[in-house]
Ligand binder design. Structure first.
Ligand code: BGC
Length: 885
């Protein structure tokens, strides 16, 4: 029984309370004020409010799927406003919509229950993948509603929800506002003096129609802020917490403006192959270079107050560039925080360059009216290098590098010109991602980029700083070769983890003693049941119910090899909030939940009277795309610490988060789980999250989904065709930053193929780049069911590409396959035992030992054993790429 660490009482704990308070404060700071004519904040006004919209009562706290956190309660916006002292006078409108949704949902679930009985697939899974619930459209707002509301202030909450397994659509009610929404907001704009629109969304939506509606006074992106959403929104609206977020993506004027829109996912009816023809021109890199005007640019966000930015100095050497900026709150009424953003423009000699790229950023403290703060923002000079595919090198070409300082990507001033007299080759590596088909990428040759009137004069007037790059030493990567085979010591002693801990043996000796089957077991997760038992997706771990999986405990008794437990994220820790065990500690099956729906079995029909109840209420933190909006690395580290503390509390070893795929296209169903369209912001956020978690002893993060998992439709079989340069500069860059600067304990490979090879089977991706080039020291796990028979999820239908191969996972360095099945173990054992060429992918013993060793190293360092240290302590000082002082 002692194996369960969950709470025995359902009462709210002190930790939960503290975490909710922390989240409340940080969430409001991530929100982005898009429009405001002075209507917000509603400070001092605590009267009637007319509240409308699909997110007013049914506020979305985070997206669906494995990224959904089972929190105790969700405080919706209606409740949040009431707690702040407002009186909601549109209850009848809200009740009517509620009824509409409840009825539609009940009908939908009835259908799914039937289907579930026929197919044996849990209703929750059907809901998640092929049969999502579509909210009914809102009912109109009538003049009677307006009159009854007895106020001059209206708030409309527009919500969108999405999740894994499905991409969004460029359609009304999804990316586009529906006619009903436009009509409702139009009435609000006309009938009320103050009309505020709040966007309770996880990804970008179209704002073209919204901008046309007369009478809208304020628009705020409130995102999906977790279980205290309503409180944080009320704080931001009233100005008790000042929203100070900035957009993490470019919001286009029209969906078709995104360069990937035509071929993205289902848009071209081809979900098998995704051609990344826009190359490096993702997000603002495209909009700026090709001079396309966005609706809201990357980095945009206003405040209740105004700021003045003065660049006091730019200093540069071949090592670092430091920009000193004084920020003053020039407003008279409100406090506020500002984000200083630094971009650079590199010379395009041998290869094309984007108009500009984010290179560093820093956020001020809360500045009182009239108050100033000086920030010293530094970045590594060599971060301005680009990847030259022909020369397989990271190179800083000679020429002028313009340093732009401002508070959004389209509001900057050129403050310095760094002159690189002599080309610098930063590192020489191998091109490792050959394309199977020639990929014809767009080119900016001859295209006039975005500019602004003073740009040329700023260039001329900027401080010119020559730097001597001759001192930069070129890094040369040595790629590892064949894996050695560890031979058992000449001794009969059976080694255990205790010997390793005592220092009388090393892990390599222990590995050498393990049989091929034992090694294979270490490299496969423990789920062995079928659907409906303990192994429903993302809920396979027995020791911590609701955790997604664990490593083997088969060698617990004879070798004291304990098992690590993995649980989902990224918007908090995903566990079953309530489970039941017999008094002898035997877990009674069932009770797994997805959102509001119970999946798998219900709790066992016959619960013994003396059964024990356990509770694991976790905090739903803001979704990643809202957290990143803070542009505040310290804040994100704090968010990581909230999760770290809960992991410690409930006995979870690894958090299956942060997610860090690039927002290549706004329709990716999982963008809410990821940070941004920009790799630097993405990498810095993931590193901060990791640092927050990994300061607790023996626990860690899993950065995912590595890599180019930018589409959800057909996610197990879609093939991303990407150039080596786009990969390295855009899609791998964030992972590189997080791996090098924070050393996450684990990396999760993705479902998709990359240039024809499943990422879980991709040696170059998982070993050559991750370990040899970046020095990653943890272990790699597959995404769930990547190398398993998934007909229960996707049907028997033939797919253009096969699933990934179990032995090839081992060969590539995908150390563990999750959640794992007996077939995985059998396939691996067969591949090692095989006579030459008798199986498609023979393995050497050394290759299998290598993966098992990577797992054991993490097990050894983890909280599975008493006295574990914070994982990162073993690495000493980690490299940095940007910092603020
Ligand atoms: C998701 C992962 C998640 C895993 C375990 C998969 O469906 O893609 O992000 O960590 O399930 O729940």
């Amino acid at each position: 029984m002692a194996k369960f660490k969950a709470s025995r009482t359902s009462e709210i704990s002190q930790m939960e309370k503290e975490h909710m308070e922390l989240v409340r404060k940080m969430a409001a700071e991530c929100m982005v004020l898009l429009e405001n004519d002075g209507t917000l904040p509603l400070s001092g006004i605590k009267g009637n409010i007319a509240l409308y919209g699909n997110g007013a009562r049914r506020t979305v706290k985070g997206g669906t799927g494995s990224g959904d956190v089972n929190s105790r309660t969700v405080i919706n916006i209606e409740k949040g406003l009431e707690e702040a002292g407002f009186c909601i006078t549109t209850k009848s409108w809200l009740d009517a919509y509620d009824k509409l949704v409840s009825e539609a949902k009940a009908q939908h679930m009835k259908k799914l229950d039937q289907l579930s009985e026929e197919t044996g697939v849990p209703a929750g899974m059907l809901l998640m993948f092929d049969h999502p619930f579509k909210e009914p459209q809102i009912q109109p707002v009538s003049i009677i509603d307006v009159e009854k509301s007895d106020t001059n202030t209206a708030i409309y909450v527009l919500a969108r929800n999405s999740g894994e397994g499905r991409d969004r659509f460029n359609q009304e009610g999804d990316y586009l506002l529906s006619k009903e929404e436009i009509d409702a907001i139009t009435i609000l704009g006309k009938e009320y003096d103050k009309c505020i629109v709040l966007l309770n969304i996880g990804g970008v939506i179209d704002t073209k129609e919204l901008k046309k509606i007369p009478g809208v006074n304020s628009v705020m992106l409130v995102g999906q802020a977790g279980n205290i959403s309503g409180l944080a929104v009320a704080d931001a609206i009233c100005g008790s917490t000042i929203p100070s977020g900035k957009l993490v993506d470019t919001w286009a004027l029209d969906y078709s403006d995104y360069p990937s829109s035509e071929g993205f996912s289902h848009n071209d009816e081809n979900v098998d192959d995704e051609y990344y023809t826009e190359g490096i021109y993702v997000g603002y890199r495209y909009f700026d270079t090709f001079n396309v005007t966005p609706s809201y640019c990357f980095g945009y966000g206003i405040s209740y107050t105004d700021f003045k930015l003065e660049t006091l100095d730019v200093a540069a050497t071949e090592e670092a560039v430091t920009v000193t900026v004084k920020v003053t709150n020039t407003g008279k009424l409100y406090r506020g925080k500002e984000v200083v953003q630094i971009y650079y423009s590199a010379p395009a000699k041998e290869i094309e360059k984007p108009y500009q790229e984010l290179i560093a950023f820093g956020k001020t403290k809360l500045l009182e009216p009239g108050e100033s703060q000086t920030l010293n923002i530094s970045f590594k000079t060599t971060s301005m290098a680009s990847y030259n595919e022909k020369r397989a090198s990271w190179i800083m070409e000679s020429g002028e590098y313009f340093i732009r300082v401002g508070n959004s990507s389209r509001n900057t001033k050129i403050e310095a010109t760094i002159i690189v007299v002599q080309e610098a080759v930063i590192s020489v590596i191998n091109n490792l991602f050959q394309n199977e088909y020639p990929l014809s990428e767009i080119s900016s040759k001859g295209v006039k980029p975005y500019s602004y009137p003073k740009e040329e004069s700023e260039k001329a007037a900027s401080k010119r700083i020559p730097i001597d790059t001759s001192k930069i030493k070129t890094e040369k990567i040595i790629y590892q070769g064949e894996k050695p085979v560890y031979q058992p010591l000449q001794s009969d002693q059976k080694l255990t983890m205790d010997d390793v801990i005592a220092g009388t043996a090393v892990l390599e000796d222990l590995v050498a003693q393990l049989t091929i089957t034992e090694l294979a077991e270490l490299c496969v997760g423990t789920s062995r049941g079928g659907i409906g038992s303990q192994s429903v997706i993302g809920a396979a771990s027995a020791a911590v119910p609701g955790a997604a999986g664990d490593t083997t405990s088969l060698m617990l008794d004879d070798r004291n090899i304990r098992n690590m437990i993995f649980a989902d994220g990224p918007a908090g820790l995903r566990l079953n909030p309530h489970y039941i065990a017999t008094k002898d500690g035997e877990l009674l099956s069932g009770g797994e939940v997805f959102g509001e729906v119970e999946i798998g079995n219900s709790h066992a029909k016959e619960i013994p009277e003396d059964a024990l109840h356990f509770y694991q209420y976790c905090t739903a933190i803001p979704i990643a795309s809202l957290l990143s909006g803070s542009w505040d690395i310290e804040l994100i580290e704090k968010a990581g610490s909230i999760v770290g503390k809960e992991m410690q509390q409930f006995g979870v070893t690894l958090w299956l988060a942060p997610g860090m795929n690039i927002h290549r296209n706004p329709l990716c169903g999982r963008n809410f789980e990821y940070y941004s369209e920009d790799p630097l912001l993405t990498g810095m956020c993931a590193a901060a999250d990791t640092k927050g978690v990994q300061k607790f002893p023996g626990i860690g993060t899993t950065i995912k989904h590595y890599a180019v998992n930018n589409q959800e439709d057909n996610r197990f079989f879609s093939n991303s065709h990407v150039s080596e340069r786009a990969l390295r500069e855009i899609y791998l860059k964030g992972f590189e930053i997080a791996a090098k600067t924070s050393q996450p304990m684990s990396v999760m490979s993705s479902y998709n193929l990359l240039n024809g090879i499943h990422t879980a089977n991709h040696y170059e991706l998982l070993t050559s780049v991750l370990r040899d080039e970046w020095g990653f020291a943890g272990f790699v796990m597959s995404d769930w069911f990547t190398s398993q028979n998934i007909s229960f999820l996707v049907g028997e239908e033939e797919h253009k590409y096969p699933i990934s191969s179990s032995p090839l996972c081992i060969k590539a360095g995908n150390d563990i396959q999750m959640p794992g099945c007996q077939q995985n173990v059998d396939d691996i054992v067969e591949a090692v035992d095989a006579k030459e060429n008798s199986v498609p992918y023979p393995l050497t013993l050394g290759e299998l030992q290598y993966c098992a060793l990577n797992i054991l190293k993490s097990v050894r360092q983890s909280s599975c054993y008493e006295g574990a240290k914070p994982y990162r302590e073993q690495f000493g000082e980690l490299p940095w790429i940007m910092k603020v002082e």
